[in-house]
Design a protein around this ligand. Structure first.
Ligand SMILES: [Zn+2]
Length: 272
């Protein structure tokens, strides 16, 4: 994997304090670097390389493949497709920038700005990703639908504030809980028959939320590296597992939304 000769990597204790957020990752820390040197770190092995590529490669794939698989010609309400596409990209963009530049020479202030950007990306998939689900679930009740869209946006604004100002992983996870509860309520409406949507998409959306939540819990609990500190410094640690689960969960969001958009193009409300 080493294409360039990287700098001498640091141990946990010698790394800058703001990068010491996982005491079970003992080695492989990049020294503080310029923008150019951070970019060069794409080409040698260090303990953030897996985090960069587990979101960087899916980002490139999504950029190309998602627009091709969204049924644009069947969509009557164009913003649903656009918002969905942006939602699928946002967590990967924030994450790649955060992991690539977290050791920038600007130190802790730059690190915290990048962490907020990473969190903002996660907030955007939670917010933008759910708006088409809200719309389609309540498509036959225009006033309730608009009120629900507004409520979800307001709730999400609060979630963004909590997530970008949170100082612990637990706080960050909690800030997404209200949005998750709101989505769960929508899923219950669909399940009970009061809400609308493709019959197959509900399963995809529930899988999406389950995988994202599982990723969050694994990340907080630092499994597996807490059991063998040092063994997972470069590969297969909790954060990388979470990254992979987030990507798979976005794929489920996409499958569900493609089903929903196709379903919507053939659906006529009885109330109208
Ligand atoms: Zn990450």
């Amino acid at each position: 994997m080493t294409f360039l000769n990287g700098p001498r990597l640091l141990d946990w204790a010698k790394s800058p304090p703001h990068l010491q957020f996982n005491k079970y990752v003992l080695t492989g820390y990049r020294p503080v670097s310029s923008v150019q040197d951070c970019v060069k770190s794409l080409f040698y092995l260090h303990n953030e390389l897996g985090n960069i590529y587990t979101h960087g490669i899916p980002l490139l794939c999504f950029l190309v493949l998602l627009p091709l698989s969204i049924p644009w010609s069947q969509i009557n309400v164009t913003w649903l497709g656009v918002v969905h596409f942006l939602a699928c990209l946002s967590p990967e963009v924030g994450s790649v920038l955060y992991h690539l530049f977290m050791n920038h020479e600007g130190g802790a202030p730059v690190y915290h700005s990048l962490l907020s950007l990473d969190m903002f990306g996660v907030c955007m998939v939670n917010t933008l990703g759910a708006l088409p689900i809200v719309y389609i679930t309540l498509v036959c009740y225009p006033s309730i639908r608009n009120a629900a869209l507004l409520a979800y946006i307001l709730l999400s604004t609060y979630g963004v504030y909590c997530a970008v100002t949170a100082r612990s992983n637990m706080c960050r996870l909690r800030s997404f809980a209200w949005q998750a509860l709101f989505r769960f309520f929508l899923f219950m409406l669909r399940w009970s028959g009061m809400g609308t949507g493709s019959p197959s998409s509900l399963r995809h959306f529930l899988t999406m939320d389950f995988l994202a939540m599982l990723g969050g819990v694994i990340n907080i609990s630092r499994i597996p590296e807490r059991f063998r500190p040092g063994l997972f410094d470069y590969w297969c640690n909790s954060h990388q597992i979470m990254h992979v689960l987030v990507v798979v969960s976005i794929v489920f969001l996409h499958w569900g939304m493609v089903d929903d958009l196709q379903w919507l193009s053939n659906y006529h409300c009885l109330l109208e």
